[in-house]
Design a binder for this molecule. Structure first.
Ligand code: SAH
Length: 361
């Protein structure tokens, strides 16, 4: 099979520069298809691998939200981008003691990578998950949806303020045969007017249409059939200018263009823009709030105390270190945000209510 970089060069030679989104989608599809991204031996570590308490807290949140929905039977439990299935494993273990919940859930996983589907099947061999390429084939019904570090992997477009106005960033091949950035005129740029007004030359605006599609679809479903969708990711509460596209390989930053398909490409999530999309479909939005505040409000420190009790000192230290990494502002606690999108009848949701950040419209 031709290396992805050769395929991309051929596409550019044939039909001209590729928008960043086309490049990012092709690179990430190839990257996740390998299934070797996660953990100490892979390229990056995510919250479920840092501490089992992460998935457990999300499980308790799901069970509390289910109770607030009137405990429907059955209920869809959907995860978008489940990685190796660790979060879902921890979630279902935490809810095993909650009467009726595990019997009611029907697990659906949205995952495009065949290799990761195989890891998920292995991790979740005791249940019978159903897999989907996108949310559109998940059957209708009351739903709980969780997505951790899913939206950041979806393809973004980039727009740059040039002397000629806003131009879309695209990828071409330079005289040495390497991939390089260029700018193309692809029509009006979707830059919000207040941001466009203050933009300096060289300013970059990023827009992720696929993330909007995912949030729009989740909002429509919860409004039609009941439930809530929980999105956790790194990103900003207010829309902003700035370039956040990055490549991560072997736990360090890597050049975005040098090895397509060999590094994880991500961009920060614009939660304000996604919240507006959810509201435009009639959903209620909870948050976004900092991950650390949300996890504390859900009682992660109590869970930590239980988990560390009676353990050998070294194990106890690891358990503490994992939780600290999730909640401390100088680690993941502030950069990561949590936002839920729900049926409008769900006025308050666990974690958001205690942190004083529900949507009182
Ligand atoms: N939630 C996991 C994995 C995050 S990595 C964790 O927290 O560890 C991103 C996940 O989203 C991977 O499972 C990847 O294969 C999946 N993914 C990326 N782009 C996707 C797309 N367009 N459609 C479906 N899944 C996608």
């Amino acid at each position: 099979m031709a290396a992805l970089i050769d395929t991309l060069r051929a596409r550019i030679a044939e039909s001209g520069p590729l928008p960043v989104s086309t490049y990012m989608a092709a690179a990430n599809a190839a990257y996740y298809a390998k299934g070797t991204a996660f953990g100490a031996a892979g390229d990056f570590i995510t919250a479920p691998d840092i501490s089992q308490t992460f998935g457990e807290m999300i499980g308790l949140w799901c069970a509390a939200t289910w109770a607030a929905m009137g405990a429907p039977y059955p209920v869809l439990l959907v995860e978008c981008g489940p990685g190796r299935g660790t979060l879902m494993q921890d979630l279902l273990r935490a809810t095993a003691g909650i009467e009726g919940f595990n019997a009611a859930v029907r697990v659906h996983l949205v995952e495009q990578s065949p290799a990761l589907r195989a890891s998920q099947a292995y991790a979740l061999s005791e249940i019978e998950p159903h897999w989907h390429d996108t949310l559109s084939t998940v059957p209708p019904g009351p739903m709980l949806l969780v997505a951790n570090e899913f939206l950041d992997a979806l393809p973004i477009r980039q727009y740059e303020r040039t002397a000629q106005g806003w131009r879309e960033r695209a990828i071409t091949v330079d005289s040495a045969g390497a991939l390089s950035f260029t700018a193309i005129d692809s029509g009006p740029a979707p830059v919000p007017i207040p941001l466009a007004a203050g933009a300096d030359l060289g300013a970059v605006f990023e827009h992720c249409e696929t993330a909007h599609e995912a949030v729009r679809a989740a909002a429509q479903r919860v409004c039609a059939h009941g439930g809530a969708a929980l999105f956790i990711d790194y990103g900003h509460k207010a829309s902003a200018l700035g370039e956040t596209l990055q490549a991560v390989r072997r736990h360090g930053y890597h050049s975005v263009l040098s090895d397509p398909g060999e590094a994880d490409l991500t961009a920060h999530v614009d939660f304000a823009a996604l919240a507006a999309t959810a509201r435009s479909r009639g959903a209620r939005v909870h948050g976004p709030i900092e991950q650390g505040l949300w996890l504390r409000a859900l009682g992660i420190l109590m869970r930590l105390a239980t988990l560390a009790r009676g353990k050998p000192a070294a194990v106890g230290r690891d358990v503490h270190a994992g939780v600290r990494r999730l909640i401390e502002p100088d680690a993941m606690g502030a950069l990561f945000k949590v936002m839920a999108v729900s049926h409008p009848s769900l006025a308050t949701l666990d974690g958001f209510a205690q942190a004083g950040d529900n949507d009182h419209r």
